[in-house]
Design a protein around this ligand. Sequence first.
Ligand SMILES: *Cc1c(COP(=O)(O)O)cnc(C)c1O
Length: 362
Amino acid sequence: MSRPARARIDLTAVRHNYRQAKALAPGVRALAIVKANAYGHGAVAVARALGNEADAFGVSCIEEAVELREANIGAPILLLEGVFEPRELPLVEAYNLATVVHRLEQLEWLVSARPARRLDVWLKMDSGMHRIGLAPEALRSAYQRLAECPHIGALVLMTHFARADELACTATREQIACFDRHVAGIPAPHSLANSAGLMAWSDARRDWVRPGIMLYGASPLAADHPASAGLRPTMYLESALISVRNLAAGEPVGYGARFVCPRPTRVGVVAIGYADGYPRHARDGTPIAVNGHSTRVIGRVSMDMLTLDLTELPEARPGDPVELWGGNIDVNAVATNSDTIAYQLFVGVSQRVPRHYEGTEI
Ligand SMILES: *Cc1c(COP(=O)(O)O)cnc(C)c1O
């Protein structure tokens, strides 16, 4: 028997979630975001699972795009940060990629390139997040330069939201208004919405939407939001009990004796730890499931192991299955208890954890 830690990936659920995303904005095209190895799920597997259904894929850099092309993924691929240096432009051409322009220097690199075919460009405006993107006032002239350039193909106008998950906050409405003010009359499609934008802001559902985290079944909104309800978990992080012991009241558990048993306590040890990507900052009480029953993490998470409370589960034995997140345990609950977000938990699942794929490919 090998080490039981694994991440089970449900590709049918990924496809279901992609269809949910599309259903929120009928007639609109979707860029399925598969950057960072499809949020830890495996970019090639996810791209193959979406097959011909995905209108396009979004990645962070050329290496991620090349990985998809080498795996024979033929759909359009967008580099979400564009190129980092002009030397990459021949690869953009060779691998048939679309690229973002978020600063004027990238525009100059593109205009001075001499590709043998037209390059598609997504022109990004900073409408208020203040991370990347052209100033709103600079967008129109940048668009005109690209539109007049004979080797530039299709153009899309895009922006990105800082606070779309905050439903009571006016920032998203202001970002949309800023975008609309500065693109008025430009004859190009729009792309505004990430998952939260798509789920919560109907004004943001324009020609192209860009769902990421929702494809992986973790809602960026509260669990009781109607758009969260239809999402299915795609990653089940699992392992097994490797040891069980009974401790008396007053006995400590694990490094630093963070947890001290307040009563006689049955303690289980699970073969998974922070070297696998389980968050070291998970607090006592973080939900975890044994044999499908919810219980709680107690004691500090170690590199390769963690400890949990089996007092209410007296039947549990070494070898019994443990779910860290997935069907019984919402990844968002683990994130909240670890002062992080589902995104970081997904991308943090380390290489040591084998991925087991389930679900039909198209
Ligand atoms: C990562 C990313 C997304 C997806 O965001 P989610 O919150 O995961 O839906 C969308 N657009 C851009 C530009 C991104 O970088």
